[in-house]
Design a protein around this ligand. Structure first.
Ligand code: SF4
Length: 471
């Protein structure tokens, strides 16, 4: 490995082909490395807040509540309470004397004003420190107002973003099991791990409906409290994104015996395979379902492939880098880039597990750099050293790419373009093409680095970094 890396993080970075693969992961971020990860609270908020008819109240200082709908655009087909951000705005006095009374008053006022179907109360760092009794206040309000009031134990210091996913799943699990399930079809699923960015969930739902499958609950894009309450009545949980909702699927399997399948809706291969996987699950109940699904896939591909060809010829041989929250999305993106003829030279995630990285290792080409929980310094270095043409990431990766004069494709919650489903693959190719081929790069020359452009092996690590054990 020859790019700029922190000595303490060398075992979280691997270049395929160098040595046997054994990547360290799922650990706390290195102090001082300015990880790209968000905090525990942000992790739980990402998962829960698309539930559109619930009240989302952040118990903490106003700064924690800055994480709003405005930067995470999950769409709703009905109520839009999730678009409003509420905070108890804790001040110095509350920190000294406790914030429970303020929380109680805020909940009562907001429930009276907005009539939500449930309320989620997020704990932030300072609430964990002063020890406000979120459970006690929530129980009291729940009793008085007659709706579920659910504390989300998401103090920011408690771990990494993955701990936030777990807190969100525990909160949602408290809702399941309380709704009626008698009218639910035997051929029914819950869609877990899609957040309905740009309306993607609606596209996926339509695929399943065309296959003859009832969707009971969207977890959590375009989500509803009542659907979650009856989610245990579905025959199957279909889980996208390895990190965010897998814990809920496991809890439901343990409690209600609901089996789950992992899928991905990104890229043609994974989208088709996801539908076939679900079809095969219901084949005993409906022998025609696989052939119906085959027809659906055929129809979609017939219109997609001729369009895709236009971009493929221009993009062949270009280089891509991927850095995403959950590693599962990276699997699909690698296949999507291959479909348009591009090479993935760097891939990584914030919250990948051993199993995720093993799978990444198996599907990547020799020479690909695999990174866990990286930081801007390393990412900048890799992007330059590997001569990347387009970088796929989220809001925190975008400025890194632009500052280096590298094309960028937003594949995170901030985007406004459908990238899931068959249509999404075409949009993805279009977006990558317009970014890579943009004439703007002629006017923004790539920053030169310590490496020699065009050389296979980049130059050595700068002295100042290795000597200090990091920047
Ligand atoms: S780390 Fe703590 S203080 Fe910062 S946003 Fe997260 S919960 Fe709030």
């Amino acid at each position: 490995m020859s790019a700029t890396v922190f000595d303490e993080r060398r075992n979280q970075i691997h270049r395929k082909g160098d040595t046997p693969f054994d990547l360290a992961c799922d650990k706390d971020s290195l102090a001082g490395a300015v990880s790209q990860r968000a905090c525990v609270f942000c992790g739980s908020r990402v998962v829960l807040y698309p539930i559109a008819d619930a009240l989302h109240l952040v118990h903490g200082p106003i700064g924690c509540a800055a994480y709003t709908w405005d930067i995470r655009g999950a769409l709703s087909s009905g109520p839009e309470l999730h678009r409003l951000s509420f905070s108890t705005d804790l001040r110095e006095r509350d920190i000294i004397f406790g914030g429970e009374d303020k929380l109680y008053r805020a909940l009562i006022e907001l429930i009276d004003r907005h009539a939500p179907q449930a309320a989620f109360v997020y704990s932030t760092c300072i609430v964990g420190i002063i020890g406000d009794d979120l459970e006690g206040v929530s129980r009291r309000v729940e009793k008085e107002k007659g709706i579920p009031v659910i504390p989300v134990q998401s103090e920011g210091f408690k771990g990494n973003k993955r701990a936030g996913y777990h807190a969100a799943c525990r909160a949602m699990f408290r809702l399941t099991g309380s709704g009626g399930t008698s009218a639910i079809s035997a051929k029914s699923i819950n869609i877990l791990g899609d957040f309905n960015l740009a309306g993607e969930l609606w596209i996926i739902r339509r695929y399943y409906e065309r296959m003859g499958i009832e969707v009971v609950a969207n977890v959590t894009g375009d989500g509803r409290v009542a659907d979650l309450q009856r989610a245990h009545g579905a025959a199957l949980n279909v889980v996208q994104c390895s990190g965010s909702t897998m814990d809920l699927a496991k809890m439901m399997q343990a409690e209600y015996g609901t089996p789950f399948l992992r899928v991905s809706y990104f890229g043609v291969e994974d989208m088709a395979e996801s539908l076939y996987t679900v079809a095969r699950f219901f084949e005993d109940l409906d022998p025609e379902i696989v052939s119906r699904t085959r027809e659906l896939v055929k129809e979609e591909l017939e219109s997609l492939y001729p369009e895709l060809e236009k971009y493929r010829s221009a993009l062949a041989g270009k280089k891509a880098a991927i850095y995403v929250g959950g590693a599962f999305k990276a699997f699909s993106l690698i296949k999507a880039f291959r479909l348009v003829g591009m090479d993935v030279v760097l891939v990584g995630s914030q919250t990948g597990t051993k199993e995720d990285y093993q799978e990444l290792y198996e599907i990547t080409d020799r020479g690909t750099v695999i990174v866990d929980d990286t930081n801007p310094l390393e990412l900048s270095s890799f992007l330059q050293d590997r001569h990347v043409d387009v970088f796929v990431g989220g809001v925190k990766e975008r400025p890194i790419a632009y500052k280096l004069g590298v094309g960028f494709c937003d594949h995170n919650h901030e985007r406004k373009t459908v990238l899931a489903g068959f249509q999404g693959m075409l949009n993805f190719a279009k977006e990558v093409h317009s970014s890579v081929m943009s004439p703007v790069w002629r006017f923004v020359p790539r920053h030169t680095t310590n490496s020699t452009p065009g050389s296979e092996e980049p130059a050595s690590v700068p002295e100042r970094l290795t000597a200090a054990g990091g920047a």
